[in-house]
Design a protein around this ligand. Structure first.
Ligand SMILES: Nc1ncnc2c1ncn2[C@@H]1O[C@H](COS(=O)(=O)NC(=O)C[C@H](N)c2cccc(Br)c2)[C@@H](O)[C@H]1O
Length: 530
């Protein structure tokens, strides 16, 4: 028995701790399903009571290893009940977990280990990783708890209590500089965003939320947190089922999924190969909502989805890992004609954003582009061991610089609509100047997408040998055939200024994706360089 009840003497039920916040629902109804997951070719259910038991077992084992609050633990896993129990156990004893993908190459994991200096590497019983350096302890987690292979070196424990500003997790994103940046998220940060998101009242405890993002992408942490904090049921979709549209839809159907959280690219092969089955899933009345995030949903693909799923609600989740996210906005179904840009609405409850124009002036009217600055309690603690990168985006509140309050400088551009809602206009650093003119890549993509036969378009600026920036358009087409470049360029000339006309048009079978399922622009650029 510890000072605050049966749990290991760390997490305090009285203040914000991720474990306490996510298992609160378990108090009332331990027999409710917390996770419905793939088991062999079928499904198995893990109740909230069972999840809490597994959490406490692993927390006690971690507590016995003598680690200190704030020590890092690599959690290499795919989302399932044991992964959730392990990350709740880390939260209970104040260990910062670093989610890693079992599919990440060894050198990527070793780069993260070099930066985060974890005490322990955890993988599932089936995990295959064996490149962990001797300086790091190793253990495996499963339904019966941890199996320690190499105990971590003993640490001096200086902290016993876990406070809301202690680190819940550190997600490493591949920084543009190539060196991965670790987003350090405190308990109070993720809880603040989950609370703001809960105010949208998207789900109740009866919902079953399918999670498709890889565990190292914080979209998956949102899925887990959002679902459990409502006492709802999490339905992880394993990659083996996600990559086959038929199996994916079958899994959603069998598990009685009511909401699917996924990046836009997840739906491309489903619409292409199993539109009938998708439409039936929507007609069944079980699937009620699709939440997407990560990048703008291409408008024609979204319209196609809405035609197949007229009864399903669509929700646009926007935001960055540094604040977990920022807004959750309903998308009209069907989208009114002529709407060519999705709204990212207003910041979630508890947060607010401000648009700052290029001249530093506050933008407070429609039609002017500005950078989004987000004032939010879900702000991260900073980038791991990188105060300079942190200072560049955690800045004084532009509306109140004397206050000492800091806000997140998002690097995203947006314009404001009639009642203050925002429209995303791309990354500030992807705004390019061509012959002195600001070029909006999104506008070029929009126009190219309207060309007959084009099913997807990505515009990029690539430096030419003489340094002069060159505009390139990459397209996918309905039948994979190359569009007539001269006609496509003429089609662009009819609507875009001369400096926005793509000089190169490249047809690709499908767009390369990042591990998080976003269009991989770096890989597209490499196609031209080669
Ligand atoms: N809905 C959009 N329309 C357009 N552009 C988007 C959207 N969502 C992002 N982005 C872009 O992606 C950037 C950020 O990338 S990120 O750090 O990897 N995070 C993410 O993608 C996901 C994000 N943390 C997240 C996590 C959980 C729930 C939600 Br709800 C959102 C943003 O700064 C935007 O540029």
């Amino acid at each position: 028995m510890s000072a605050n009840g049966v749990r290991p003497a760390r997490a305090h039920a009285s203040v914000d701790n991720l474990r306490t916040y996510l298992l609160a629902a378990a108090r009332q109804a331990p027999d409710r399903p917390a996770v419905i997951q793939a088991a062999g070719s079928g499904l198995e259910t893990v109740t909230y009571g069972e999840l809490e038991r597994r959490t406490d077992r692993i927390a006690e084992q971690l507590d016995a290893l003598g680690l200190d609050v704030g020590d890092r633990v690599i959690l290499e896993a795919d989302t399932d009940a044991d992964t959730v129990a392990t990350f709740l156990a880390c939260a209970t004893v104040g260990l910062a977990f670093v989610p890693a993908s079992p599919e990440a190459p060894d050198e990527r994991l070793l780069t993260i280990i070099e930066s985060a200096e974890p005490a322990l590497h955890l993988q599932s019983l089936q995990g295959k990783r064996d490149c962990v350096p001797d300086s790091v302890g190793t253990a495996r987690f499963g339904p019966d708890g941890l199996v320690v292979e190499r105990a971590p070196e003993p640490r001096v424990r200086r902290r016993r209590a876990v406070t809301p500003i202690d680190t819940a997790y550190i997600t490493f994103t591949s920084g543009t500089t190539g060196r991965p940046k670790g987003c350090v998220m405190p308990h109070r940060g993720i809880i603040a965003f989950l609370r703001g998101a809960a105010a949208e009242e998207l789900i109740t405890h009866e919902d079953r939320v399918a999670s498709t993002a890889p565990f190292q992408f914080d979209f998956s942490l949102f899925d887990i947190g959002f679902t459990l904090s409502h006492g709802a049921t999490l339905v992880p979709v394993p990659r083996a089922r996600l990559n086959w549209p038929r199996r994916f839809l079958g899994h959603l159907n069998d598990a009685g999924v009511t909401q699917v959280d996924a990046v836009p690219s997840v739906w491309r092969p489903v619409v292409q190969h199993e539109s009938e089955m998708l439409s039936d899933l929507g007609d069944s009345g079980t699937l009620r909502r699709i939440v997407f995030s990560g990048e703008a949903f291409p408008m024609d693909e979204l319209r196609t989805m809405q035609k197949l799923l007229p009864k399903v609600a669509f929700t646009n989740g926007y935001g960055a890992t540094e604040t977990m996210a920022a807004s959750i906005t309903p998308v009209p179904n069907p989208l009114p004609e002529g709407v060519e840009r999705l709204s990212i609405g207003h910041a979630v409850a508890g947060a607010e954003w401000t648009l700052v124009g290029p001249d530093g002036a506050i933008v407070d009217g429609p039609g002017v582009l500005g950078e989004i600055y987000l004032r939010t309690p879900s702000l991260f603690s900073g980038y791991w061991n990188d105060p300079e990168a942190t200072r560049a985006c955690v800045v004084p509140d532009p509306l109140d610089t004397a206050s000492g309050r800091v806000v997140f400088k998002t690097g995203d551009l947006a314009s404001m609509g009639e009642d203050g809602e925002l429209y995303f206009h791309g990354r500030a650093d992807s705004q390019v100047q061509i012959r002195g003119n600001r070029v909006e890549l999104g506008e070029i993509e929009l126009r190219v997408n309207q060309f007959d036969g084009v099913t997807g378009a990505v515009a990029l600026v690539l430096p030419r040998a003489d340094g002069d920036p060159q505009l390139h358009a990459f397209v996918t087409t309905a039948d994979g055939a190359e569009p007539d470049t001269k006609e496509l360029v003429a089609f662009c000339r009819a609507a875009l200024p001369a400096y926005m006309i793509p000089q190169g048009v490249h047809t690709v079978g499908e767009f390369p994706l990042t591990p998080n399922g976003k269009v991989d622009r770096a890989k597209l650029s490499a196609l031209v360089a080669s």
